[in-house]
Design a protein around this ligand. Structure first.
Ligand code: TUI
Length: 314
């Protein structure tokens, strides 16, 4: 059975995190993943304190096991949700899309294990210095907000630069990816897109269908001009956004065009004006499954690979 230091540190059975996906990862999905032995993570996204308290309550009704909350640092409510996780004494906080240093002291004093997402070695080093329990090194194969480096080059460089555990994310969709992450120096993985089609995931069915139908080249990144590149499934919205990005419209107009597009995809399932964030592994996802089955299948595959199922080594 695969068990790594992060399993002991967090008290989880499998070293697998379910990524905190905005408008997607709610208390129901996080509760199911944690109950199945992984680390479920609620996304605090752009919502306020009341929303987050409600989702934490839902997760606690589904499981006694630890779960996490992801704080998207660009959210206008980041300060207030940062306080909620401390008050609620959530087991784990992950952060994304920024530098969480200003919250670290309060979270650590509340006994929270803080595991920031990093897209560079320098931020990983800083996070270790300010008391992070571990870091998630996320490559640009992931869905949503992406950094420049790929998982293949980011994970080993972060693993060499810090002594705290490293979780690999971006481009991992099955047991082969998990085994590869271990080879690169990670002690765990975070998967988003694969959990998006979990039965317990309440995202709009059109969103799930888009991921199920996607092939290897179905995603693209947009948003570089405003400094926040985002990976999503190509559709009329992303193609128009890409065109506008290289046109003469102002930054304000471009931002206005993007506003609400993830809500329209995840909640309304709007295929024309929605932005369907997904990682490059969308091409590997072809059926809906319960979260428990996803986790168990991935770790069976990873064990097979690690036990020498790779046909090249004699
Ligand atoms: O955060 C994510 N993925 C996300 S956030 C999101 S919501 C959003 N909507 C519109 C625009 C932007 C975001 C959708 N998907 N993943 C974690 C992640 N964090 N990936 C990359 C980073 C990252 C990048 C740069 C973390 C820190 C960083 O630099 C911090 C600094 O200031 O040094």
């Amino acid at each position: 059975m695969i068990s790594t230091p992060i399993c002991d540190i967090l008290g989880i059975r499998y070293p697998i995190f379910q990524g905190g996906m905005a408008w997607i990862s709610d208390g129901k999905l996080a509760g199911a993943v944690s109950e199945a032995g992984g680390l479920g993570i609620i996304s605090a996204m752009n919502a306020n304190a009341d929303y987050l308290r409600g989702q934490i309550k839902i997760a606690r009704e589904l499981t006694d096991k630890p779960f996490g909350v992801n704080i998207m640092l660009m959210s206008p409510f980041a300060d207030e949700v940062a306080q909620v996780v401390a008050e609620e004494k959530v087991a784990v906080v992950t952060t994304g899309a920024g530098n969480p240093s200003k919250y670290m002291k309060a979270w650590i004093e509340a006994g929270i294990k803080v595991i920031p997402v990093v897209a560079s070695v320098s931020l990983a080093r800083l996070m270790q210095r300010v008391g992070a329990t571990a870091v998630i090194a996320e490559g640009g194969e992931s869905g949503g907000h992406v950094g420049d480096l790929t998982t293949m080059v980011l994970v080993p460089q972060v693993a060499s630069a810090v002594t705290i555990p490293v979780i690999a994310a971006g481009g991992i969709g099955d047991g082969r990816g998990v085994a590869a992450a271990f080879m690169l120096g990670a002690v765990g993985v975070q998967l988003g897109t694969r959990f998006l089609v979990a039965n317990e995931c309440g995202v709009h069915q059109n969103y799930k269908n888009k991921v199920l139908k996607a092939n290897d080249i179905a995603t693209m990144t947009t948003g570089k001009r405003l400094g926040h590149p985002v990976r999503s499934i190509k559709n009329p919205y992303t193609k128009e956004y890409f065109r506008l990005e290289y046109s003469s419209i102002s930054d304000e107009e471009l931002e206005a065009y993007g506003r609400g597009s993830l809500y329209r995809a995840a909640v309304e399932g709007d295929e024309k004006t929605g932005c369907f964030l997904a990682g490059q592994i969308a091409g590997m996802v072809n059926r809906e499954q319960p979260a428990k089955e996803i986790i168990e299948e991935i770790f069976r595959e990873a064990e097979d690979v690690l036990n020498g199922a790779t046909k090249w080594v004699k």
